[in-house]
Write a protein that binds this ligand. Structure first.
Ligand SMILES: C[S@@+](CC[C@H](N)C(=O)[O-])C[C@H]1O[C@@H](n2cnc3c(N)ncnc32)[C@H](O)[C@@H]1O
Length: 453
């Protein structure tokens, strides 16, 4: 009973916000974005946390079946339809879980209709031509995206060939054909406890995420600002690309995430990163401390919709087929987009900046193409234009404005994660990307230095 009420709270909270994550991986969020960490969600439940969470997960897993059963049984009147979270959870318990005690009205209502529910389930098994409820669960399951495991070699600590050799002792491993310093391993490779990971010689970082700092392509000796930096994967990538020379200012608003950022920096061995705990929007572009900043990496809080496949979002009622974006979703996306637009405009206003990369792990046009399109006049007034990161990459932006081909997208299904990258360069820097592309295409015979100088 207690678990059921707790689970209803969690399910409701979830339906109004983000997805449940399978694992406590990187979360791209800020307090203002309304995104919850799994620990926050579970923290909502006073007691029996584990049991409550298990009940939510199980209910979500069985949700398509529960809905079909309830539809077929036609037992819900308008009153109970308004309490569908509770109904889903109790129905799960009746059909697949523990014995239900007749404590509350909803339990009594459903237990008195247990036969109708079980008959509807039996009919569903026949209709779907399967034998057991587990067969049904398998039938309804959305296939998981199986994506290769990527690791980025932290060239501050180890060269790529040595990493290749060492990882190759136990795994199939090869260099990525596009992103420098990135290695590709088979999907199921578990490297969490590998010594090269734990000592910071390699970072477990996806391909799309690794494209961002590479697209910015800062030179050794530059001053670079990472505007929204925690947990710092891209910050330390910048440090590696700059070969530890020059300076990186890593700005982060969230106090707890500053701790993560510092841990990442420590692990990387980078010594040229200055952490700035504060709001990027309060960084005055005309302050002398930013007068030499030549490049800005802007990876602001976003909906995270591009990485939803590693969460359980597809199981949520709000993701059911045909479900239109709810008011809460739209409101949240609008708020995020307004914030993203504001920080992007701010980044473009730093006087010495020649290159700005804007990235999200979102698939939504409103956070991506629309944000970029909306700042184009301002960008042009500062002398910026869109450049083409990784021109050899096929998947470009959505065709919603002229110049969309400059934008880069990765697809959550095809590429394992949905990312978006836009690169702004000052006009006198306009040949940079093209030159980089030519260099990369010839990179097999060229040392990296000759491309970056
Ligand atoms: C998408 S995450 C960044 C991930 C990071 N680039 C990486 O690759 O590890 C966005 C970060 O921006 C931070 N943030 C949000 N609003 C901010 C602001 N106004 N100023 C600085 N940081 C902010 C969030 O707390 C969050 O840590």
């Amino acid at each position: 009973m207690e678990e059921q009420r707790g689970a209803v709270g969690v399910l409701r909270k979830e339906r109004g916000s983000e997805g449940i994550r399978k694992c406590p991986r990187r979360r791209c969020s800020s307090a203002s974005s309304g995104v919850h960490k799994i620990s926050d969600i579970i923290g909502l439940v006073f007691r029996n946390k584990k049991a409550t969470f298990a009940l939510v997960c199980q209910t979500l897993k069985h949700l398509p079946i529960i809905k079909d059963v309830l539809d077929a049984a036609t037992i819900l009147n308008a009153k109970w339809k308004r309490q569908q979270d509770l109904i889903y959870i109790i129905t799960y318990d009746i059909l697949f879980g523990q014995a239900v005690s007749l404590v509350g009205d909803a339990e009594k209502f459903l237990m008195h209709r247990k036969d109708a529910l079980q008959t509807a389930l039996a009919r569903l098994l026949v209709k779907k031509n399967v034998k057991t409820p587990q067969d049904l669960v398998d039938l309804y399951r959305i296939p998981e995206v199986s994506k290769p495991r990527y690791v980025r070699v932290n060239t501050l600590k180890m060269d790529v060939d040595s990493a290749l050799l060492e990882l190759g002792q136990q795994n199939m491993v090869e260099k990525d054909n596009m992103v420098p310093d990135l290695l590709v391993l088979p999907p199921s490779t578990d490297l969490h406890n590998h010594p090269l990971v734990t000592n910071g010689s390699v970072f477990m970082q996806g391909k799309a995420s690794s494209m961002v700092a590479a697209a910015l392509d800062p030179k050794p000796g530059w001053e670079v600002l990472d505007a929204c930096s925690a947990p710092g994967n891209k910050t330390v990538h910048l440090a590696a690309l700059m070969r530890g020379k020059g300076k990186i200012i890593a700005c982060e608003l969230n106090k707890e995430r500053v701790i993560r950022l510092k841990e990442t920096i420590k692990l990387s061995g980078a010594s040229n990163i200055e952490v700035l705990h504060g709001d990027f929007l309060n960084c005055n572009p005309n302050d002398s401390s930013f007068s030499k900043v030549r490049a800005i990496l802007l990876d602001p809080s976003c909906s995270g919709s591009g990485t939803a496949s590693v969460r359980l979002d597809h199981l949520l009622p709000s993701n059911a087929a045909g479900h239109a974006a709810g008011v809460t979703d739209t409101e949240r996306l609008n708020k995020l987009a307004a914030f993203q637009r504001k920080v992007l405009m701010h980044a473009l206003s730093f006087p010495a900046v020649e290159r700005v990369v804007y990235s999200t792990c979102s698939i939504h046009q409103i956070e991506n193409e629309d944000v970029v399109k909306s700042v184009l006049p301002l960008a042009a007034s500062y002398g910026f234009q869109l450049a083409t990161p990784f021109p050899q990459w096929q998947r470009r932006g959505l065709p919603v404005f002229e110049g969309f081909q400059h934008l880069l997208r990765t697809d959550p299904v095809e590429d394992g994660e949905g990312f978006f990258i836009a690169l702004f360069t000052k006009r006198d820097d306009k040949n940079h990307s093209e030159k980089q592309a030519t260099c990369r295409n010839n990179s097999k015979s060229l040392a990296r230095d000759s491309c970056t100088e």
